[in-house]
Design a protein around this ligand. Structure first.
Ligand code: FES
Length: 93
């Protein structure tokens, strides 16, 4: 089972659930709205590991956010045994 680490907190991941679900279960203050990769409000930095958007385009991220390594956990599924995310960050725009 893949494992997620966010700061001091960690948990095992259900590969059938998007990362947003795990962030909520950890009690992190992640924001959400569309839950389909459009609004960008849930974004957070991927520090290590791989994710899979399963053919959904992360339209809620602009080029700067993509270049900064941010992901959209509402549509991201684990694609490596271990993942590390930074704290969720509200988009600056
Ligand atoms: S909740 Fe809108 S992109 Fe994640």
């Amino acid at each position: 089972m893949p494992r997620l680490q966010v700061g001091e907190q960690g948990c095992e991941l259900d590969s059938a659930q998007p990362l947003l679900t795990a962030l909520q279960q950890l009690g992190l203050p992640v924001r959400q709205a569309c839950r389909n990769g459009v609004c960008g409000i849930c974004q957070c930095p991927l520090l290590s590991g791989q994710i899979d958007y399963r053919q959904i385009q992360p339209r809620g991220l602009n080029q700067q956010e993509l270049a900064a390594g941010r992901i959209l956990p509402c549509i991201a599924y684990p694609a490596s045994a271990e993942l590390e995310l930074g704290e969720p960050c509200y988009p600056a725009r």
